[in-house]
Design a protein around this ligand. Structure first.
Ligand SMILES: NC(=O)c1ccc[n+]([C@@H]2O[C@H](COP(=O)([O-])OP(=O)(O)OC[C@H]3O[C@@H](n4cnc5c(N)ncnc54)[C@H](O)[C@@H]3O)[C@@H](O)[C@H]2O)c1
Length: 239
């Protein structure tokens, strides 16, 4: 029986790469996204469920469906997210609430539902939260509601790591800097060029490079790693 990994935001740049890495590593992947999956993964490797992850009732119903159709959840990657670009102090309340909902509430709801399923599974289980370097590097452009949503996620990471250590659920965050995905379309050309030129290697990272780190944490090598926020940024923060 294949182990089951749930990847949120599976239709996006990072989500597709993470899905590919986990399929390569032998997982059956259930992709969750508000959009359909553009890649044609084989049905014995991948199943897609379309939902809005900011709705707690949709998330609950989806994880019940995953339990009954695929047997349970061994790994969860909370990857769905966006970066809304209004700047402080002119961030509309609805944009603030949506930012927190898309980046943080979605991960919170999915983690609650997944943990219930994981507690019934054997072996180590893994939660990987895709945070952002923007929560830690204040020289870059990220607006404060984006930073705060990812900082909230990283606190959830630490809580879950501590709470479920004895049950073998390992939870870590990966906090990437500039990675070439459709998210770049949300930035002005000027902001994008400046951020890329600040990357030490003079170029953005590729989604597959982040996906390999996610897959590493989910592999047996990650069984002894929990509660960390792993910064991936080509060494940009070294001063
Ligand atoms: N690209 C970067 O430079 C970068 C850097 C740091 C962190 N991140 C984080 O990486 C993650 C993946 O982003 P990406 O760069 O692949 O962007 P992306 O826009 O390509 O993918 C994001 C995916 O999330 C999905 N999504 C958004 N809201 C949703 C909702 N309410 N319900 C269901 N699905 C929803 C989108 O449909 C999309 O497929 C995000 O959490 C982002 O904050 C990205």
């Amino acid at each position: 029986m294949k182990r089951v990994a749930v990847v949120t935001g599976a239709s996006g740049g990072m989500g597709r790469a993470i899905t590919k890495s986990l399929i390569r590593d032998g997982f059956f992947v259930v992709g969750l996204d508000v959009k359909p999956q553009g890649d044609s993964f084989e049905p014995h490797h991948y199943s897609h469920i379309t939902l809005n992850l900011t709705k707690a009732d949709e998330v609950d119903a989806t994880f019940s469906e995953i339990d009954s159709r695929f047997g349970g959840v061994d790994a969860l990657v909370n990857n769905a997210g966006s970066c809304f670009m209004s700047d402080f102090p002119e961030i509309p309340a609805d944009e603030f609430e949506l930012q927190m909902a898309v980046n943080f509430s979605s991960a919170f709801y999915c983690s609650q539902a997944a943990v219930k399923s994981m507690l019934k599974r054997d072996g180590f289980k893994k939660i990987v939260n895709i945070s952002s370097n923007g929560a830690y590097n204040f020289d870059v452009f990220d607006p404060p509601h984006y930073r705060a949503s990812k900082a909230a996620m990283d606190t959830l990471t630490k809580d879950l790591a501590r709470r479920y250590a004895k049950e073998g659920i390992c939870c870590n965050s990966i906090a990437p800097a500039m990675t070439e995905t459709p998210l770049f379309d949300l930035l002005t050309e000027e902001t994008l060029n400046k951020a890329i030129s600040n990357m030490p290697q003079g170029k953005p990272m590729q989604p597959s490079q982040i996906a390999d780190w996610v897959a590493f944490l989910i592999s047996p090598a990650g069984d002894v790693v929990s509660g960390n926020v792993i910064i991936i940024n080509q060494g940009r923060d070294v001063r």
